[in-house]
Ligand binder design. Sequence first.
Ligand SMILES: [Zn+2]
Length: 143
Amino acid sequence: MANDFSGFLPAIPMIRIGDDGKAFIMGSHCRNCGETVPGERMACASCGKRETIEPVRLGTKGTLYNYTIVHRSYPGVKVPFVSAIVDLEGGGSLRGTLAEVEPDPAQLPWNMPVNVVFRDSGQTNPEGKPFVSYLFVPAQGEA
Ligand SMILES: [Zn+2]
């Protein structure tokens, strides 16, 4: 498995690359009310407290909460694809593309187990550095 993303740039700020080269998604957890959300927050969106927010590494397993099958997108983006919302184990809900599945409602049961995987996005910055992005893929045989 090519899971070493040393030298990559995060495609979006909430993707982080650890010293070990492993990519992960940074989230914010509220010690007061227990809410966990992706990305960095100054205050808790749930209870409004500021001093109880701490950074957390979000989980890489989750379940399909909802999705849309996208048939029209930007030039160069292959359609149709599945834009999903996934509830992560350990807290947090994340939006992203669900890949490696037919974009067909019959293949997309509610609560389907999925994994968060990190991939080379295929794009580079002007200096030629590659970007790492994330996708959801079905967690077949692992549930
Ligand atoms: Zn809170």
